[in-house]
Ligand binder design. Sequence first.
Ligand SMILES: CC(C)(COP(=O)(O)OP(=O)(O)OC[C@H]1O[C@@H](n2cnc3c(N)ncnc32)[C@H](O)[C@@H]1OP(=O)(O)O)[C@@H](O)C(=O)NCCC(=O)NCCS
Length: 167
Amino acid sequence: MREASADQCPNPLIRDFREQDLDEVVEIDKECFEELIRYDRSVFESILSEHDGNIIFYVAACNNELVGYALSIVEDNVCHLYSIAVRRMMRGRGIGSKLLIRVIDECVKRGCGTMLLEVATDNADAISFYLGHGFKIVGFIKGYYYGIKDAYVMGRILGGKRVSIHG
Ligand SMILES: CC(C)(COP(=O)(O)OP(=O)(O)OC[C@H]1O[C@@H](n2cnc3c(N)ncnc32)[C@H](O)[C@@H]1OP(=O)(O)O)[C@@H](O)C(=O)NCCC(=O)NCCS
C-alpha cells in the first residue's frame, strides 16, 4: 500500500471489480508474482472480453486503494480460480480468505459443484492457504508455466463445510 498503513485498514471492503480498477490490479500482480507467472495487462483484458458473463472478479479496497483481488471463471459448473493476490504488507489478516470465500459463495450461487486451480509447486504459502480452505492436491502438471515451472492442480467440492476466517 502506498498511502495508508495496514493498521489504518482493519476491515477492507470486498466489492465487485470495476473497469477502472484494472491498473491497480495489474500493479498488485506485479508485486505478488514473479515475472514468469504473473498476468500482464493484456491477459486481464482478454479474459475480461472473452469471458464476460462467466467471470467472478472481486477486489479488496482500503480507503479507495486496492490491496487484493480474486478472479475466477465459471465453465460447465466448474469454478476455475485464475488468480488471487493480496499486497505483501496486508497478508495474514484474512483478506485472501475473505476474497476466496466471496468467490466460493458466488460460484455456489451459479451452480458450481467443484472449484479448481493451479498453483506453482514451490508456492508453499499459497498451497497452505488453499489446504486451509479445504482444497486438496488432485493433480500435477509438469511445465505448466511456460514449460519451466511445475504446478499442482488443487480442487475442492463446493457446498461442503467451510473453514472459519479472521474477523
Ligand atoms: C495466498 C494469499 C492470497 C493469501 O492471502 P492472505 O490475505 O495472506 O490470506 P489469509 O490472511 O486469509 O490467510 C488464511 C490462511 O492461509 C494460511 N496462510 C496464509 N499465508 C500463509 C503463509 N505465509 N504461510 C502459511 N500459511 C499461510 C493460513 O492458514 C492462514 O490462516 P491463519 O493466518 O489464520 O493461520 C497471499 O499469500 C498472496 O497474495 N500470495 C501471493 C500471490 C499468490 O501466490 N497467489 C496464489 C496463486 S495460485
